[in-house]
Write a protein that binds this ligand. Structure first.
Ligand code: ATP
Ligand code: MG
Length: 481
């Protein structure tokens, strides 16, 4: 493994590359203020993942320094001042420079919003969540690039550890969102949570109740977007936050036994499917579909003497659970949610095809229902093959590839993916002088089924002839035009 050799010189080197740091430092010097780059930005200099958002802390008013910086930067700079929060943001050539005065915080029991007073840099560093997020780098000229690291965050970076600067019980009880942040940083960065810090999360887990759903879900989204999202959910499970914030997922855990027969642990299986999908796709909603694909297994679990454990219809019940879960988590109730629900509903389809004979008709119907999401569905389905039985996996894979080939063939031939019936309802109504009614729907449905079953080409003239035949059987006669 590569030796992680973080040292203070990396800071100076980085700050020298961006003239804004010198400029801010000079302005602060002229005003007689101490000024530091702080928090995630300093951490990310070491990790080589800095963004365009830079946080500065000044001792004394941050707003005044920001105003002066904006003036100095000239006409390309804009400033937004948030007096209520004592912060100001200067935008300049794609950079977002955030200024705040150093503060000291004290918390009351029932809110994560602290009482805030002016403080020293030291006070400001003590209120931060983790040692790796509590480092500051000075930009004043006589100490330019000096690292102030009172909690040895640089060592925790080397050791890949998430650890609170103060007593973790106080840190987490003060602002329980930090528990979610600990898990999120561990997942994003591939770090461990320090044992005493972790134990405090477990002890304080019920405190998460004072945090809004939106903020919790923000962190869940960051976990979902990480390279190996299962890490986050395994940690949430181990500290027992999962059962509070996402009980449906926690309910997937465990294995029931009956007459010596068990089923697989659906939580561990889900974690594996999620990581498989994450390896193949950055589409976070496809990842959500993986997370939720078996979510109805606990609700549908039955034991049958002949069949063993069954989860009948868990895909359809799961599809129905998706809107409820999205609503509770304050995830968007829009086409993203519908996409996730649809994939959960369809996730068994390709495998069901595989278990029986792969007929053109069945593949066409799947293509018709999945539409443009067919590739995502196939990806999810491949990710879902996690059996420990190698022979089973080989068979599934073989059949899966067969379905894939058929999909390509049929798509070229039939243009089924975004199927529009070649005879419209309008045309049916005109031909037989009908008002909108069930009969029109029936004729349309018959045409669609005939095409999906391969009895009819996806072509207007053929479909029109078929319409005339179906209608004749129903006793309908075309009107003369
Ligand atoms: P990212 O931007 O990737 O979410 P970050 O560490 O920059 O990571 P921000 O939420 O942008 O996180 O916060 C910036 C800094 O503010 C953090 O590094 C940390 O020092 C401090 N901070 C943010 N939220 C909290 C909190 N809930 N409790 C204590 N300190 C916090
Ligand atoms: Mg940030």
């Amino acid at each position: 493994m590569q030796e992680l050799d973080y040292n203070g010189e990396m800071i100076l080197e980085h700050l020298e590359q961006q003239p804004a740091f010198r400029l801010v430092g000079d302005v602060a010097d002229e005003m007689g203020r101490e000024c530091y780059v702080v928090g995630g930005y300093v951490r990310d200099i070491f990790l080589d993942r800095t963004s365009k958002d830079i946080d500065f802390v000044t001792v004394g008013s941050g707003i005044e320094v920001a105003e002066q910086v904006a003036r100095r930067l000239g006409k390309h700079a804009t400033i937004a001042v948030f007096r209520n929060f004592g912060t100001a943001q200067v935008k300049w050539h794609g950079l977002e420079l955030e200024f705040v005065g150093a503060r000291k915080e004290s918390y009351t029991h029932d809110s994560r919003n602290p009482i805030v007073e002016d403080g020293t840099l030291d006070d400001d560093q003590r209120r931060r969540d983790f040692t790796i997020n509590a480092m500051a780098a000075c930009v004043n000229r006589d100490r330019f690039g000096d690292l102030l690291d009172p909690f040895d965050g640089i060592q925790d970076l080397r050791d890949k550890l998430i650890r609170t600067p103060l007593d973790p019980d106080i840190t987490f009880s003060d602002d329980p969102l930090r528990m979610m942040r600990a898990v999120r940083f561990a997942t994003q960065l591939g770090f461990e949570i320090f044992p005493e810090t972790f134990a405090a999360i477990e002890r304080n887990r019920e405190r998460i109740g004072i945090i809004s759903k939106e903020r919790i879900t923000d962190e869940l989204m960051k976990i979902m977007k990480s390279a190996v999202p299962s890490r986050g959910f395994m940690l949430l499970d181990r500290c027992r936050l999962l059962e509070i914030i996402f009980p449906e997922l926690a309910a997937l855990k465990g294995v029931s036994q009956m007459n010596g027969r068990g089923h697989k642990d659906n939580f561990l299986h889900t974690m594996q499917v999620l990581d498989n999908v994450a390896q193949q796709s950055d589409n976070v909603w496809l990842r959500w579909a993986a997370l939720l694909h078996d979510i109805a297994k606990p609700a549908t679990k039955r034991y049958d003497d002949k069949l063993g454990w069954t989860f009948h219809n868990h895909n359809f019940i799961g599809e129905k659970m998706v809107p409820r879960i999205f609503k509770r988590l304050r995830l968007p109730m829009n086409e993203k949610m519908k996409y996730v629900a649809k994939l959960v509903g369809l996730h068994m389809r390709p495998i069901a095809l595989v278990e029986e004979e792969v007929t053109d008709s069945a593949v066409r119907r799947m293509l018709f229902e999945a539409g443009d999401d067919i590739d995502d569905l196939m990806l999810l389905c491949a990710a879902d093959i996690t059996s420990k039985n190698r022979e089973k996996v080989r068979r599934y894979r073989e059949n899966y590839d067969l379905v894939r080939r058929k999909l390509v063939e049929l798509e070229e031939k039939d243009r089924i993916r975004n199927f529009q019936p070649p005879v419209t309802g309008e045309e049916i109504m005109q031909t037989f002088d009908l008002q909108p009614c069930a009969t029109v729907g029936k004729i349309k449905e018959a045409i669609k089924n005939a095409i999906l079953d391969g009895k009819l080409a996806n072509d207007h003239d053929e479909a029109r002839n078929y319409m005339l035949a179906v209608a004749a059987e129903m006793g309908l006669i075309p009107v003369n035009d």
